[in-house]
Design a protein around this ligand. Structure first.
Ligand code: NIG
Ligand code: FE
Length: 414
């Protein structure tokens, strides 16, 4: 991937989000902003962050491109830490059914939902999935996303799970947006294993997971822990097997009913527990204590017309909260960062500062990369966004509008 030399001068706000691990609770309000700030990136890595007045003489950097950020805010690139962006087909009919009153789970239970996308993804060729994925990545880059997590889970057999992960590997090599891949073989039980969930998990654990590991196709492993999908015992078994193989853990937890997924994530020291609309007080306390990132997906709650996860309460309880789009063809067919900011602030009562921390340093922590990305710190990757406006406060305020003027990836301007 290209590594650029770049100086961004005189930003009205350099929103550094400085940290090398997740910001928890009240720390999320402290974005460590430098006014009239300058950043220097050399060979793709940040080498100077500070006041413009104190920055080294520019004539010492003859090979650096210079961008004047007067009147603009500069932030770390956004980290979308939960998506399912490689999929075949669409589910626009199901959206209409849901607007008529059908529930997400009832559509899935009668063979639609995830099963519908599984059939289309099994049918799609490698190249079809890759081209669709590339377009989605192009759109992400325009919205300021510099790292995205992507899950498999629309194959539910070895061939297609590997195909999805290989598509992400190829795209990661070709596209500026970094992709963190997650193996999610346990997304639902396919028809051929209906009623035999444990046998299906055995197949995933014994036949698929080790091959994913051997081929180094995913860093993380995830499961849909939910009533009528995989219960706590099954999730513990699958995630423990994944951990033993060296995967970092993530879990779709307590989305539709309170099952104890948050507690399980804390017990297993997962990177993150995601969704959490129905997480119990106890589960939230466990997440805060264990430092497992609570990843909230307000676009999904909006799309499914559910109430929102208790973001305010989680931060007040000391959790590290991350925000992500959950881009997928069913429950959240959007990768809109502007919508995400607006929903998080308006409906989950996050402050603009907390929302920024949630989509930068805490997103980075949710993919296990807080030491490399998520803040503007010396030594980190030169991944930044330049806004059209002088303050980060415009992100939730300019509702639904993309105010990212430029996205910088490894010091290269896009
Ligand atoms: O995070 N809840 C389970 N998985 C996805 C949805 C996948 C789909 O509907 O295709 C989610 O919302
Ligand atoms: Fe998801």
């Amino acid at each position: 991937m290209r590594q650029g030399n770049l100086i961004i001068k005189n930003a009205s706000q350099l929103v550094t989000c400085s940290a090398f691990s997740a910001k928890k609770g009240r720390e999320m309000s402290d974005l460590q902003i430098i006014e009239d700030g300058t950043v220097i990136i050399t060979d793709g890595v940040i080498t100077y962050v500070g006041k413009d007045a104190d920055c080294p003489v520019l004539s010492d950097f003859p090979n650096h491109k210079i961008v004047d950020a007067t009147g603009k805010a500069v932030l770390p690139g956004f980290v979308d830490s939960h998506t399912h962006f490689i999929f075949g087909g669409y589910r626009e009919e199901e959206f209409s059914w849901r607007m008529r009153g059908d529930s997400y789970m009832s559509i899935m239970e009668r063979g639609g939902g995830i099963h519908n996308t599984m059939t289309a993804t099994r049918k799609a060729t490698f190249d079809e999935l890759k081209e669709a994925g590339r377009k989605r990545l192009d759109s992400m880059l325009k919205l300021g996303i510099t790292t995205v997590e992507g899950k498999s889970g629309y194959g539910m057999n070895k061939e297609t799970e590997l195909k999805q992960l290989e598509v992400m590997k190829a795209l990661n090599e070709e596209h500026p947006v970094d992709i963190v891949s997650t193996f999610m073989g346990a997304h639902a039980t396919p028809a051929e294993y209906k009623g035999r969930e444990d046998a299906f998990l055995d197949y995933m654990i014994k036949e698929v997971m080790p091959e994913v590991r051997e081929k180094d196709l995913a860093e993380c492993c995830d499961i849909f822990c939910e009533k009528n999908v995989f219960d706590i015992g099954q999730s513990r078994r699958y995630l423990t097997a994944a951990r033993n193989l060296g995967f970092k853990l993530k879990i779709h937890a307590d989305e539709i009913v309170t099952l104890g997924g948050a507690e399980l994530a804390a017990e297993l020291k997962a990177l993150s527990a995601d969704h959490l609309l129905q997480a119990s007080d106890n589960g939230i306390e466990d997440l805060a204590e264990s430092g497992v990132v609570a990843t909230l997906l307000p676009c999904t709650a909006f799309s499914l017309k559910e109430h929102y996860a208790r973001g305010r309460y989680m931060i007040d309880s000391g959790c590290a909260v991350a925000l992500a789009t959950d881009l997928n063809p069913g429950s959240s067919f959007t990768n809109s960062i502007p919508l995400l900011f607006a929903l998080a602030c308006i409906y989950m009562q996050l402050s603009p500062e907390e929302a920024v921390a949630a989509l930068t340093i805490n997103g980075a922590a949710a993919v296990g990369r807080a030491d490399k990305i998520g803040s503007i710190d010396v030594g980190k990757q030169g991944d930044l966004v330049i806004l059209e406006f002088p303050s980060y406060k415009f992100l939730p305020y300019h509702i639904g509008m993309n105010i990212v003027e430029k996205t910088i990836k490894n010091g290269v301007v896009y």
